[in-house]
Design a protein around this ligand. Structure first.
Ligand SMILES: [Mg+2]
Length: 185
């Protein structure tokens, strides 16, 4: 049985060492097939970088962000988890898997801190797979970030999907499928 894969993306509040994820998407492939989950995470924003929050449209999309911006609540189906519950979900979904992302060490660092500070243990495979490096190897030259990689292999990023956790995680998975199936168009 091969090692499971989890395609990941987070929207975060900055690049600083104590940065936090406020949105997480995980797409897991294992012997049972493919499943996905997406949730927002409640965060303390006192040390957040406002520009970073804006990139992922925190004030439009995050339930607490919307409230602070004076916007109406989104439907109840929107999933807002505490740090503790988010850590538990991330541990469960990433267990024993290779994480695949655009610079996955960036997300893994956040996950590791979140898990440990909530009593959980990072248990994904230590070998992370970076889709940007995979695409660089495929073409034999640096290609750039996630959007550039998608364009280079013929993957379309739907309008509004970029800088949403699930949109970006899906883009990573699609690029993986094109390149690893040996068929960059
Ligand atoms: Mg993203």
């Amino acid at each position: 049985m091969s090692t499971p894969l989890v395609f990941i993306d987070t929207e975060t509040d900055g690049l600083h060492p104590g940065r936090k994820a406020w949105e997480i998407a995980l797409i897991r492939r294992d012997h049972l097939g493919q499943t996905e989950t997406h949730f927002f995470v409640g965060i303390d924003i006192r040390d957040s970088n406002p520009d970073a929050l804006s990139i992922g449209r925190f004030w439009d999309r995050h339930p607490s962000g919307r409230k602070m911006a004076g916007l109406k609540a989104l439907p109840d189906s929107v999933n807002l988890l505490t740090q503790h519950d988010a850590a538990k979900e991330v541990m469960r979904w990433t267990f024993g898997a290779h994480l695949v992302g655009a610079i996955p060490s960036f997300d893994a660092e956040i996950f590791a801190r979140m898990l440990r500070s909530n009593g959980y243990l990072p248990s994904w495979h230590h070998r992370l797979y970076c889709i940007e490096s995979i695409v660089m190897g495929h073409f034999g030259r640096p290609v750039g970030g996630l959007r550039a990689c998608a364009e280079a292999v013929g993957v379309t990023v739907p309008d509004g999907a970029e800088h949403t956790a699930m949109g970006d995680a899906r883009t990573v998975a699609e690029i993986w499928d094109v390149v690893m199936a040996g068929g960059a168009r």
